[in-house]
Design a protein around this ligand. Structure first.
Ligand code: HEC
Ligand code: HEC
Ligand code: HEC
Ligand code: HEC
Ligand code: HEC
Ligand code: HEC
Length: 409
């Protein structure tokens, strides 16, 4: 009895750990050694605000096919320091730099060759394995992080069903074995008197109270709980790709792109304060008092003003309350372009969240970005002090940009 239940417990653990073994192998196999999931994280934290994984142009070119255009050594050198390659006159580097009107790609000296290989493993995998899903990364996709990795829901359901069936079969087998062995041995007194049901319950009680089985069950639950937590932690709150439908079909592509209306004309707070502000209907009326009055979409602006009801724009970018972000500090003081964080809004028909807005994303930029100290007397002393200690330029990190209290109340 003891021995057989140990065996069963062992078999159970084996069966239940199967999906983990399988998914680990799958990941290893189609990544060709590199870790796609890791690549996805690195990509989203560092590259997604400027690159799509399709061939769509964002700030930089779509990365689909990048590994065909250049070999891995080139790509690693480029990502670590593209400016150095351009300065050295690498023909492809110079060509693409000019093609993108000399927009500077951020350098990533901190990424390891493994990180960079993983990025391109992820890009290639997304481009070949699931073109539709890859497109969803760049095109409006409600839910954003929906395309998470790991075994699919269907797979898990089938697996759980399978395990339950196996458990039942094992239980029945165990009972039969017990009964048979007792019958063969002549049995003890209780066995000889017993009806079938009595023995069944007794054996089942034995199974339930057996420590080996119990520990196996506990392990299994612990594993499942752990997996759920890990899956959850990577997806929670990350809204990258979020592009909700708005109450009025307002197009940035038309207003900021074709008509080149300055971002600050509508988002009056970006240069001055914490919030960039969404323009009120009155600002729209500066033009739509005369332009396209008859359009049903424009009529919605009129209705809003007549009823004194603000237009209910759906918020796209939203940090949790415990994090503090200030636009003017970045736009005005640091001189960061809107597009660095928001992507090419002026090409979007519908606004989409392009950056992850995670803590890692903020920190990453603070580690890499030089403080814009030119013409800012406030920094003169700091710059001198820093120069006496270090060869490197003053980074946001060095002025306290990694201190918890700067971003958390
Ligand atoms: C701030 C925007 C920005 C970020 C962030 C960025 N890039 Fe770029 N990238 C560009 C631009 C712009 C170009 C076009 C060349 C130029 O102007 O320097 C480019 C070009 C490239 C190219 C060459 C394109 C090709 O296939 O021909 C590769 C590869 C590349 N980037 C990879 C990356 C990776 C990987 C990351 C993340 C680790 C990254 N980039 C992050 C803006 C960016
Ligand atoms: C004519 C006015 C106007 C101009 C010009 C304009 N915007 Fe907007 N912007 C809006 C309105 C209205 C919304 C809210 C509706 C929406 O999300 O499309 C908005 C929304 C946004 C959002 C998303 C806000 C959120 O909810 O998270 C961002 C980011 C943004 N704009 C950036 C820009 C940038 C960058 C530019 C310049 C390239 C720009 N806008 C130019 C009117 C404007
Ligand atoms: C600086 C001028 C200006 C401002 C401010 C402005 N628009 Fe426009 N808008 C235009 C122009 C120009 C067009 C293109 C008209 C055309 O196609 O003939 C347009 C077109 C539109 C259209 C498409 C109408 C259609 O049926 O084709 C919508 C919707 C719209 N605007 C909404 C808004 C909203 C909402 C705001 C305020 C947040 C706003 N606009 C602010 C200039 C402006
Ligand atoms: C350093 C990154 C960064 C830059 C640069 C930046 N934004 Fe933002 N933007 C954010 C973040 C983060 C949020 C979300 C803020 C929140 O939820 O508190 C946001 C939110 C917004 C919103 C939603 C309303 C609000 O203010 O919370 C608008 C509109 C917007 N940005 C427009 C702009 C415009 C226009 C520019 C350029 C003039 C710009 N942003 C530059 C990171 C940036
Ligand atoms: C594109 C790069 C970039 C991103 C992304 C970014 N920042 Fe910054 N941040 C800067 C720069 C550059 C400065 C330095 C501004 C200055 O000179 O004072 C800065 C400064 C700050 C400061 C002031 C630090 C100090 O010590 O004075 C805070 C707070 C801050 N950022 C919060 C955030 C938060 C929160 C996020 C993410 C939601 C974020 N930043 C994302 C570039 C960035
Ligand atoms: C540059 C800005 C910045 C700094 C510095 C920073 N945080 Fe954050 N932190 C954020 C933002 C933004 C979020 C919200 C991220 C999200 O919603 O995914 C966040 C989220 C968190 C969370 C919630 C868990 C999570 O990941 O969503 C915790 C806990 C946290 N931060 C702790 C800290 C501690 C401790 C420090 C100091 C060592 C720190 N933070 C420094 C910007 C910052």
């Amino acid at each position: 009895m003891k021995c057989s239940s140990r065996l069963i417990a062992f078999a159970l653990t084996l069966v239940l750990s199967l999906p983990y073994v399988v998914s680990a192998q799958e990941a290893a196999a189609d990544a060709g050694g590199a870790d796609i999931a890791h690549g996805e994280t690195v990509f989203k934290n560092n590259c997604a605000q400027c690159h799509a994984i399709t061939d769509e142009r964002v700030v930089g070119p779509g990365l689909k096919g990048a590994t065909d255009r250049n070999n891995m050594d080139w790509l690693i050198k480029w990502v670590k320091n593209s400016q150095a390659m351009i300065a050295a006159g690498d023909p492809y580097a110079v060509k693409i730099y000019n093609e993108y009107s000399k927009a500077q790609m951020t350098s990533f000296p901190g990424l390891s060759p493994e990180d960079i290989k993983a990025i391109f493993a992820y890009v290639d995998n997304a481009a070949t394995a699931a073109p539709a899903e890859a497109a969803a990364g760049a095109a409006p996709a409600a839910g954003g992080a929906a395309a998470s990795s790991g075994p699919s829901d269907m797979f898990m359901v089938v697996l759980v069903a399978l395990v339950i069936v196996m458990l039942l079969v094992l239980g029945v087998l165990l009972v039969i074995v017990t009964i048979l062995s007792k019958a063969v041995n002549g049995g003890d007194s209780s066995a000889s008197e017993g009806d079938f049901m009595g023995r069944l319950t007794k054996s089942l009680k034995g199974v339930v109270s057996d420590p080996a089985i119990r520990s196996a069950v506990i392990w299994v639950f612990a594993l499942l709980a752990l997996k759920a937590t890990v899956d959850g932690a990577f997806g929670v709150g990350v809204q990258q790709g979020y592009a909700p439908k708005q109450p009025i079909a307002f197009s940035h592509k038309l207003h900021a792109g074709e008509y080149k209306i300055d971002c600050n004309y509508c988002h009056t707070g970006a240069n001055r304060g914490q919030s960039a502000h969404i323009p009120s209907a009155n600002i729209c009326m500066n033009c739509h008092g005369v332009i396209k009055k008859e359009s049903p979409e424009i009529q919605k602006i009129y209705t809003s003003i007549e009823n004194d009801q603000p237009i209910e724009w759906v918020r796209v970018h939203n940090l949790p309350d415990f994090a503090y972000f200030n636009h003017s500090q970045h736009v005005n003081v640091a001189g960061v372009e809107c597009q660095t964080c928001h992507g090419e809004i002026e090409k979007m028909e519908v606004v989409q969240q392009r950056s992850s807005l995670t803590m890692g994303w903020c920190i990453d930029c603070h580690r890499k970005t030089d403080v814009n100290t030119k013409g800012n007397e406030y920094y003169d002393n700091l710059v001198q002090l820093h120069a006496s200690e270090s060869q490197e330029a003053l980074k946001v990190e060095d002025i306290g940009g990694l201190e918890c209290s700067k971003c958390h109340y």
